[in-house]
Each structure stands twice: as C-alpha cells, then as structure tokens.
Design a protein around this ligand. Structure first.
Ligand code: SAM
Ligand code: SF4
Length: 364
C-alpha cells in the first residue's frame, strides 16, 4: 500500500521566465472546480493508499495562491499523514494564511526564496523582495511552524560568488530547518533561456565552485548534507524531507492533479497536463487521461542507483549487480570517488561534488 501522496496545485499569479513546471496563470474562477476534481480523483484512487500515510506534499505551481476557501476544503479532506508539506511563495504568506495552514494540519512549509539579492530576484522575475521573504518566514514561525525549508537557486545570470555567499549568509541568519539549493537549469524553450542562454553558457564552468561554496558554507554551519542538493539541521528529530526521501529511496507514491506522476507496484503513469481535459473527465466521474511510462526492471535498478547515490547513507546494492559496471567500480574507488562496503556503495565527498558524472560512469 502506498504511503506517500503528492497533490499538484498548478495555479500561479504570474509565470516566472525560468520555470517549466505544469502551471496555470490566474484562473481564480477555476480553483474551486479544480479542487473538486482533485478530490474526485482521490476517491477513485483511495484503494491504493495505506490507511495511514507517512507523507503528503502539496506542490505547484503555487499551492498558497489557490483561493483560500478551495485550499481549506482540500486540506480538510486529505488523508492525515506524519509529514504534511505545502510549497509557498513568500508573497502569499500572510499571518492568516500561516495560521490557516497550521489549523488544517500542515506541519512543514517549503518556501520558494530563490535569492535574497534584489537584482537577482528581478532577473528571475520573482514577485517577492528580500523583505517579503523575511516577513513570510516570521509569519510562519509566529504561527508555530518548526519545520521550514528554503529553496535557493544558484547560477543566476549576473550572480557573483560573493552574491551567493551573501545569500547563504542571509538564509543561515534566519536558520530554517532545511535548505534545498538548486543550480539554475536553463529549460529549453523557456523565454529565460532565450534571453540569458549565452550568459548561462559563459558561467557554466564556474558552477562546480559555486556548488562547493554551497556545501562548505552549509556544512560549516552544522547542516547535514544528506542529499546532493539538500541540507537539514541536525536535531533530535529527523529533519530530512521525508516526502522527497521516499522518491530517492524508490518508494511508491500516488500523484493527484494535472501533470502529476505516480509510481506504484512497478508501474508509472503521468496525468494529462491539460487543465480543461482534467476537469472534464473527472467531472464525468472518470479517471483523467494518462501516459503510461514503461518501467522495466533494468530501468528501476538504474533509477535506484542514480537516486540512491545522491544520499549520504550507503546504498545497498544486493540485487542491483545487473546495472553496475564492475571495472568502473574499481577505477572510481582507486580515484577516491567511491567507497565500497559489504553489499553497499557510497560516493565520497569528492564523488558527491562531481555527482551525476560519477554515477553515469558506474552504470553498465
Ligand atoms: C515547482 S517550484 C514551485 C515553488 C514555488 N512556486 C516557487 O516558485 O517558489 C519548486 C522549486 O523548484 C526550483 N526551480 C524551479 N525552476 C527551476 C529551474 N529552472 N532551475 C532550478 N531550479 C528550479 C525552485 O527553487 C522552486 O522553488
Ligand atoms: S511561481 Fe513557482 S511554479 Fe509558478 S511560475 Fe514561478 S517558479 Fe514556476
């Protein structure tokens, strides 16, 4: 039985140039209908879910831009879980919103900070300014949130190493429980890539040192570097993002909403990303159109290795031998990029810095 539930809330106030997630701008008149459809989809798939869930994650889009009455209704009808996370854009976090989330059982908020530098927020076309981020953080703390995560982006066109250092310093000053730091990805076809493609290419070589700066700064401040791009405070609680951890550990999850993926019992499917089609089919009591992604055992094993080696805990490799290149394992170990244990593999710090390249090398 599936113990992890993802719910996609696609609405955003505006579309940031660099984003290629499944988003829908505005359409406030459809928020209510969308939540209706989500709940109808939940009823159709409820048999797949365990009676008690480990995690629920509301991602977007901007979940906190959803019309408040619709968001409240959704939260009140979702199955309870140990960890309930909502992604929030800083400019949407008012005192009322923070209190409402708490009242409806949300116990973790992932705040889309991206940067604390005004000129970089402008390049990213973000609505929030540095003070908006700080205000949102304090509203969340005041409402009782003791598990807050920040999303930061590095490699923004025009970002100097000292800009990044200052961003990390500003984030550390607030002291969130968790931080995700992503290298800006130039998604093909976005107007951002069109406008900044050349600058991004020019700075590509510097990205390794930016990543090192992120890891150095956050680990020196006492954060655990538990996944390639994710850090958490050391605490008596396990502050790793339990929902994402389930993905990285290859656990089953159910996804609801447009564009959402599900992986259950060795099958993977993706809901239609088209809002009108989603609303119409579920309005008629039928499942949304889906794309089935074939998942052979080999593909699953490769995924296990690629995702498992992103974590700081050794990966158990019994049963995964078919996808590992034994000669490459020896070579990478001699180069000091890989540690081999009894039936386990782990990247060394240097190996983790090089990341995907090392993993690609050791796959047969
Ligand atoms: C799905 S987005 C939604 C969060 C929220 N709407 C926001 O914008 O803050 C989740 C995170 O993905 C990251 N992200 C989105 N587009 C990205 C890109 N092109 N490159 C790197 N990270 C990206 C951002 O850090 C963002 O906070
Ligand atoms: S607010 Fe977030 S999800 Fe919406 S367009 Fe911007 S980055 Fe994408």
């Amino acid at each position: 039985m599936t113990r992890h539930l993802y719910v996609h809330l696609p609405f955003c106030a505006h579309r940031c140039g660099y984003c290629d997630f499944v988003t829908v701008v505005g359409r406030t008149s459809q928020h209510d209908a969308y939540v209706h459809a989500l709940l109808a989809e939940l009823e159709l798939e409820r048999h797949l879910l365990a009676p008690k869930l480990d995690t629920v994650f509301l991602g977007g889009g901007t979940p906190t831009f959803t019309a408040p009455a619709a968001l409240e209704r959704l939260l009140s009808k979702l199955p309870p879980a140990e960890e309930v996370t909502v992604e929030a854009n800083p400019e949407t976090v008012t005192q009322e919103l923070a209190r409402m989330l708490r009242r409806f059982g949300v116990n973790r908020v992932s705040l889309g900070v991206q940067s604390f530098r005004e000129h970089l927020l402008d390049v990213l076309e973000r609505v929030a300014q540095p003070d908006t981020v700080r205000r949102a953080f304090y509203h969340l703390r005041d409402a009782g949130f003791d598990n807050i995560s920040f999303d930061l982006i590095y490699g923004i066109p025009g970002q100097s190493p000292s800009d990044l250092d200052a961003d990390l310093g500003d984030a550390l000053e607030l002291g969130p429980e968790h931080l995700s730091c992503y290298e800006l990805e130039a998604k093909p076809g976005t107007r951002f890539t069109y406008a900044h493609g050349e600058e991004l290419e020019r700075q590509a070589d510097a990205m390794e040192s930016y990543f090192e700066l992120v890891v150095d700064r956050l680990t020196s401040a006492g954060y655990r570097w538990y996944e390639t791009a994710n850090f958490c405070r050391r605490d008596t609680r396990d502050l790793r993002a339990q929902h994402n951890l389930a993905y990285w550990l290859g656990r089953d999850y159910l996804g609801l909403g447009i564009g959402a993926f599900s992986t259950i019992d060795g099958r993977r499917w993706r809901n239609t990303p088209r809002l009108p089609a989603y609303l119409t089919t579920l309005g008629g009591g039928r499942r949304p159109e889906r794309e089935i992604e074939p998942l052979s055992l080999e593909v699953r094993h490769r995924e296990r290795v690629m995702l498992g080696l992103r974590l700081d805990e050794p990966l158990r490799v019994d049963g995964l031998g078919d996808v590992l290149d034994q000669r490459a394992l020896g070579r990478l170990e001699r180069l000091g990029l890989l540690d081999r244990g009894e039936q386990t593999l782990a990247l060394t710090t240097r190996g983790r810095m090089l990341g995907g390249g090392v993993t690609a090398d050791l796959l047969a």
